[in-house]
Design a protein around this ligand. Structure first.
Ligand SMILES: [Zn+2]
Length: 87
């Protein structure tokens, strides 16, 4: 059996428990925040908005700074690295 992944391939969140994985599936490389309730990864635009909101609320980033940060960050994540999905 493969070891469960520890970090979400989409947003980088640490997944401590099986319930933190999308759809509650331990082999899901994405966290529950990035997936719908069945464990399917949400569209990039949805996750981008969620992350931007998170950095604005949690770290008090100005909106444009949060947007730039999230765009750079997501470009390094396995889920989005090679995707050309339009926003
Ligand atoms: Zn995630």
């Amino acid at each position: 059996m493969d070891r469960p992944r520890l970090f979400c391939d989409s947003c980088g969140m640490r997944m401590e428990e099986s319930g933190d994985h999308g759809g509650g599936k331990q082999d899901n490389p994405y966290c529950k925040n990035c997936c719908d309730e069945t464990g399917v990864l949400k569209p990039k635009s949805v996750i981008r908005e969620t992350l931007i909101k998170f950095y604005i609320e949690k770290y008090d980033y100005p909106k444009t700074a949060a947007e730039n940060f999230v765009d750079d960050f997501m470009a390094t994540m396995p889920a989005w690295q090679n995707k050309q999905e339009k926003l």
